[in-house]
Design a protein around this ligand. Structure first.
Ligand code: 9MR
Length: 347
């Protein structure tokens, strides 16, 4: 008996000597950390990558609790021919989200880009009924499954005036209020957002958005939030984002960071990557410090799939993981920010 015990003890200590140091507990994911703050943490999803790239799929499930369709809920994708709805890819994303206990941001109902060709050949007199039909058919289709809808997207110029679009020309400025009313009729449970870029700071454009949404609120239009897209460059961190989100918050509106990415002139280097991390962190902190900032969504999370190099020549590396899914300083910065204490109530 004693011999057996001795042998076991020796084997045990030998095993301990050759075993690697006890594996460190796995680092918590963004999703786990964000839950402590009652903050949604999301990413835009590229459906082709979701279908073909297992690592891409796994990381979306583990790192994020919210997803946005990068393209498949846009008008040209959902209704490529008049009345000929194609729900397939968007439904797939909703099913993926459900399987992974994730919320869905719906993107987008009214925009001047990625509209189907058939829309441009319609007489202006038909545009109002066509817009209403598209909004209501789409919102009804996903009723109960969408947390936040981007109802109107990018309706402002940089100087704070309304952008000259097919909608403004045909329907006048009241199209914005109508779009929110129509969407609300179709799903009373969805949070309805106005969404735009270059409105993170207090500036002429965000002043224009502020004036509009304040008026909409006063008129009782069912608008619930303002989304700041947050497409930035590593060279500039927003200076007044906290104050800007705060003024929307003070109107009783939710806010959200909806499309964060931070591009840089290639090639990347450690200084640029650190500056990038700082921009991401500045934006996340502004959201965390705003009581009704509901979610922080990145516009793709890996440099492997990004819209940036295709649009900004010579720029890239805009995401928080590199093209091999390795963490960049920006990922660690977001994780550090989310590790800070604090409990918030989601409004
Ligand atoms: O990331 C999207 C890209 O794949 C599309 O080609 C592009 C077409 O306009 O739209 C990109 O997403 C945009 C989003 O829908 C609205 N805000 C700006 C985004 C980046 O351009």
């Amino acid at each position: 008996m004693r011999t057996v015990a001795l042998v076991l003890a020796v084997v045990g200590s030998l095993a301990a000597a050759v075993a690697p140091a006890a594996a460190a507990a796995p680092e918590p994911t963004l999703r786990q950390l964000a839950a402590r703050h009652d903050l949604g943490i999301g990413t835009a999803v590229d459906m082709a990558a979701l279908a073909n790239d297992q690592v891409y799929r796994e990381r979306i499930a583990s790192e994020f609790d919210s997803v946005t369709a990068e393209n498949v809920m846009k008008w040209e994708a959902l209704e490529p021919t008049r009345g000929g709805y194609q729900w397939g890819p968007a439904d797939e994303l909703v099913a993926f989200a459900r399987a992974n206990r994730q919320s869905v941001r719906g993107h987008v109902l009214v925009w001047h880009n990625q509209n189907p060709a058939w829309l441009s050949s319609l007489p202006a007199t038909e545009l109002r009924s066509v817009l209403k039909a598209h909004i209501q058919t789409t919102v009804r289709h996903f009723k109960g499954k969408i947390w936040q809808w981007d109802v109107v997207n990018e309706a402002f110029n940089e100087d704070g005036t309304l952008r000259d679009t097919v909608w403004l020309r045909a329907l006048g400025p009241g199209y914005v209020a109508d779009a929110f009313r129509w969407a609300h009729e179709a799903d009373r449970g969805a949070l309805l957002f106005y969404n735009d870029y270059n409105i993170e700071d207090v500036n002429a454009k965000s002043d224009g958005v502020y004036a509009l949404v304040r008026d909409l609120k006063r008129q009782g239009v069912p608008i619930h939030g303002v989304g700041v897209q947050a497409h930035h460059t590593a060279g500039y961190a927003p200076q007044t984002m906290r104050e800007n989100l705060g003024r929307f918050d003070a109107l009783g509106l939710r806010t959200a960071v909806t499309e964060a990415d931070v591009r840089m002139v290639m090639p990347s280097d450690s200084v640029k990557l650190q500056a990038q991390a700082n921009v991401y962190s500045t934006m996340l902190k502004a959201c965390l410090l705003t009581p009704r900032c509901l979610s922080f969504t990145v516009w793709g999370y890996t440099d492997k799939y990004s819209w940036v190099p295709g649009v900004f020549e010579g720029e890239g590396a805009a995401n928080i993981l590199d093209e091999n899914f390795a963490a960049k300083p920006a990922y660690r910065a977001l994780r550090d920010d989310l590790s800070l204490g604090g409990t918030r109530r989601r409004g």
